[in-house]
Design a protein around this ligand. Sequence first.
Ligand SMILES: [Zn+2]
Length: 171
Amino acid sequence: MNRLGHQAAAQATWLGVCSYEQLIGRWDLGWQHVLAGCIVASSMCADDWSPDVDQGGWMAKFIPGGHRGITHMPELVAAALFALSLVMPPDLDWFLMAAAAAWGSHLAADFLCGGVPWAAATLGGNKKRIGFGVKTGGPIEKAITTFLTVISFPLAYIALGGPMPFALVVS
Ligand SMILES: [Zn+2]
């Protein structure tokens, strides 16, 4: 998926998590967390701080396997997030969730458009990318990008605690 699609996917994912927490969850997120998480998710969903670090820039030189290699393996990305969770203070939970939204949505988007390598399958000798193989930059990707951008507006409203016309709060 292209940069714009990753941006839309990351913001919709993060705002979706915040909306869930606002309506159903018990995590006390202030608007500052929602906003800061948007910036983190946006910064980490594409380019150098995302799985696409393998695509260009100076860090790509040190990553074996080329584009959509090890940095696109779901197991390794999950392990990296878990490792981060061990060293981060609890106050930075929101940062970790925003990073997970960025990287997780990146892999989901690449799974849909093109495909990603699964570490387990790759170790078993499967060199193919696994996914739906929707054409990167094609009309389906553009439609998904538009959809994710549009639903981000109501999600942002809910995430920031906008008054709801109906009661959905579980106490
Ligand atoms: Zn990618």
